[in-house]
Design a protein around this ligand. Structure first.
Ligand code: ZN
Length: 280
């Protein structure tokens, strides 16, 4: 497997995405609670999605059907059997202390999606697309997560079906990322499994790596071994196409520079040493 890269001043950037999509179902993925937005917090809840002792999840057939539709649309392999796992971690928006997700047997694998940028066709490989449950939502009162006086938690969202679409690092530019997300949204809406108007219904994590331009082959691909040694960062929870396209980048190598939109942003490499290249 190889990745595509965009070259800039001797360095090249490769981008891969993890896209979290809320699937449009009437009820949550493992219980009968409504997925409709509620007026009051913590009203669309039950022992299953609150993780009370003894509660047993039962998978929502509609969520599996929606996932299979997406799999067919991206030309993925749909296995005869698929398995759910518990991913254990503690966080206040996850009352069970584990998330039900899929690990080694996802519902969709080895797909692809074609899209167009300025009249040119591109195809990005999709490694896997699996089902999981959304956690609840936190509301930090009086500031950010670091400065808030206290935080409120609402479990109405906990258990909403999510599909996580994981691409290969095949993107050459932010324009391609934006076009891919628009195309994916178009496909999901056509299938009737997605509501783009719902707040937070599509969230993106972007994995960005920098490699030496000489490691990029003539067809724009980069070997996996080179990528493993590359300087890499992950930008989490981008909630719009504009966000995915418009992350501030280093003027010299297109490396994302965080939240600050300074007039002359620099990546860790170029801010620290001018022209040195890090492969840490
Ligand atoms: Zn419930």
């Amino acid at each position: 497997m190889t990745a595509h890269a965009v070259e800039s001043e001797g360095l090249a950037t490769v981008i891969g995405l993890e896209v979290h999509v809320q699937l449009e179902t009437d009820t949550k993925i493992f219980c009968g609670c409504s997925t409709e937005p509620a007026e009051k917090p913590n009203t669309n809840t039950c022992p299953v999605c609150l993780g009370l002792p003894g509660a047993l999840p039962v998978v929502n057939e509609g969520a599996v059907e929606a996932a299979v539709k997406v799999g067919k649309a991206i030309d993925a392999t749909i296995p005869a059997e698929t398995t759910f796992h518990r991913k254990n971690y503690y966080y206040p928006d996850l009352p069970k202390n584990f998330q039900i997700t899929q690990y080694d047997a996802p519902v969709c694998a080895d797909g692809e999606l074609e899209f167009t940028v300025e009249g040119q066709r591109h195809t990005v490989a999709i490694r896997r697309a699996h089902l999981e449950e959304d956690p609840g939502s936190l509301s930090h009162q009086g500031g950010s997560i670091d400065t808030a006086e206290y935080t409120l938690v609402d479990y109405n969202r906990a258990g909403t079906p999510l599909m996580e679409v994981v691409t290969e690092p095949d993107f050459r530019s932010p324009d391609e990322v934006r076009a891919f997300l628009a195309k994916l949204e178009e496909v999901l809406e056509y299938l009737g499994v997605f509501d783009a108007t719902r707040d937070g219904s599509l969230r993106v994590d972007a994995n960005l790596s920098i490699v030496d331009g000489s490691a990029v082959a003539e067809d724009g691909t980069v070997d996996d071994g080179v990528l493993e040694d590359a300087n890499r960062t992950e930008v989490k929870n981008i909630s719009s196409h504009k966000g995915a396209h418009g992350r501030p980048t280093c003027r010299r190598c297109a490396w994302p520079t965080g939240k600050s939109r300074s007039r002359s942003p620099s990546c860790p490499t170029h801010a620290a040493s001018g022209s040195a290249r890090s492969t840490a």
